[in-house]
Design a binder for this molecule. Sequence first.
Ligand SMILES: NC(=O)c1ccc[n+]([C@@H]2O[C@H](COP(=O)([O-])OP(=O)(O)OC[C@H]3O[C@@H](n4cnc5c(N)ncnc54)[C@H](O)[C@@H]3O)[C@@H](O)[C@H]2O)c1
Length: 262
Amino acid sequence: MADGFHGKTVLIPGGGRGIGYAAGAMMARGGAKVALADVVGDRAQEAAASLKDETGAETLGIACDITDMEQVKHMVAKTETALGPVNVMVNTAAIVADKTFMESTPDDWKEMLDICLYGSMNVIHAVLPGMVERANGRIVCLASDAARTGQARHSYYAAAKGGVIALVKSIAQEVGRNGVTLNVVSPGATDTELRQGREKEVLAAIGKERFAKREQAILRMYPTRRLGQPDDIAEGIVYLCGDGASWVTGQVLSINGGFAMV
Ligand SMILES: NC(=O)c1ccc[n+]([C@@H]2O[C@H](COP(=O)([O-])OP(=O)(O)OC[C@H]3O[C@@H](n4cnc5c(N)ncnc54)[C@H](O)[C@@H]3O)[C@@H](O)[C@H]2O)c1
């Protein structure tokens, strides 16, 4: 499926691990040059080195906090100097929170919106003019089914991701005529370090017995009776970034084992 990325430059903010790394690896196997950026700089460097070992592709690791526009501009410039103009940008950088709205504080909301919503604006704003000028570009942002259905204990995460969906649809209307597509991939529960970290906290809070029951209850919500793997999500991202998806824009693709059918 990833064939057809030969000579393309792919930039993945948040690509130091998880879904972003998996998408980068698939496109690298299809011939892409891949820049992985992450707020954890060492993680980005190590990820780029293992991606190169795994696939033989040209790769680059960049330290970048997507909440800081200057760092974002530097990330794009560094990618273009090393690997050429960005053809594909996939934004997977995010945090998650597990609190009721009443437990949360304005600082929690601000941090979430800064990373998930303003971060998406920053990275799109930085790559879009070049893509429009070259009349060629693919942008995919990651949201969450929490934004589509609502989810208790995820109110401000869901709100930020809902903002990402509205942002992407609106920009897609502005630049479709310029050969640039923007879409959203909306995963269900996917077994990455992001989720594993959150689950460890839940286990510590509720104990083994309740945790095991909770895990069973979660799986029953998925008709496919399993969690997603990073490659399940990467397959959809890669489709939307490929030449075959040139008439797909402004769409939200849920990849969620049937959890929500929206
Ligand atoms: N894993 C899931 O169950 C799940 C479910 C729904 C949606 N998603 C979404 O999918 C995307 C990828 O999730 P994942 O599970 O691979 O996460 P992950 O935590 O494994 O990877 C995300 C990476 O983003 C980086 N990051 C965080 N803040 C950053 C910042 N300010 N600047 C740059 N990098 C930053 C992190 O350091 C991390 O390496 C996210 O947008 C997430 O919201 C994940």
